[in-house]
Design a protein around this ligand. Structure first.
Ligand SMILES: [Zn+2]
Length: 152
């Protein structure tokens, strides 16, 4: 067993310059900036993931990641979007809340056998721990994330 106390880190790609950053989970609320371009890394709102960034973000982040699989044309997805935004603000530093556009990133979405959208999947160190299809209110999203051990 690893008894050393290590600060949990998040691995996030800068949306401006595409540089990968490692961020202390405890500093997420302090407004972290990209180590290369200095622009803000905004984690109080959902992080956009795609086929290129999905795997690395999930595998190399020490906190659970909740991913909203959605599409622009999907009415229930739009209905749920404010709850996903609120969830991101609520759990920042304790979890990553992300969105994946299933039309733009069909390889990743296809790999998970997504049948209907929206589908929310919670991952812990890259492993699926909870999944729910259909639009969820904020409380439902919190409960899903709690199943990965996140204090909500
Ligand atoms: Zn940058």
């Amino acid at each position: 067993m690893d008894t050393e106390v290590k600060a949990a880190k998040l691995t996030v790609r800068c949306q401006f310059c595409e540089t990968w950053n490692r961020i202390d989970a405890s500093k997420v609320a302090d407004g972290p900036k990209c180590g290369k371009c200095g622009r803000p890394i905004l984690l109080e709102r959902p992080l956009a993931l795609n086929d290129e960034t999905f795997q690395k973000t999930l595998a190399e982040s020490d906190v659970p990641v909740a991913v909203d699989f959605y599409a622009d044309w999907c009415g229930p997805c739009r209905m749920m979007a404010p709850a996903v935004d609120a969830l991101a603000a609520h759990v920042q530093g304790r979890a990553i809340v992300a969105k994946l556009n299933t039309d733009h990133s069909s390889r990743t979405a296809g790999g998970f056998g997504i049948r209907g959208i929206p589908t929310t999947i919670v991952f812990d160190h890259g492993k699926e721990v909870a999944r729910q299809s259909g639009a969820l209110p904020l409380e439902g999203l919190k409960q899903l994330l709690a199943r990965a051990g996140v204090a909500v």
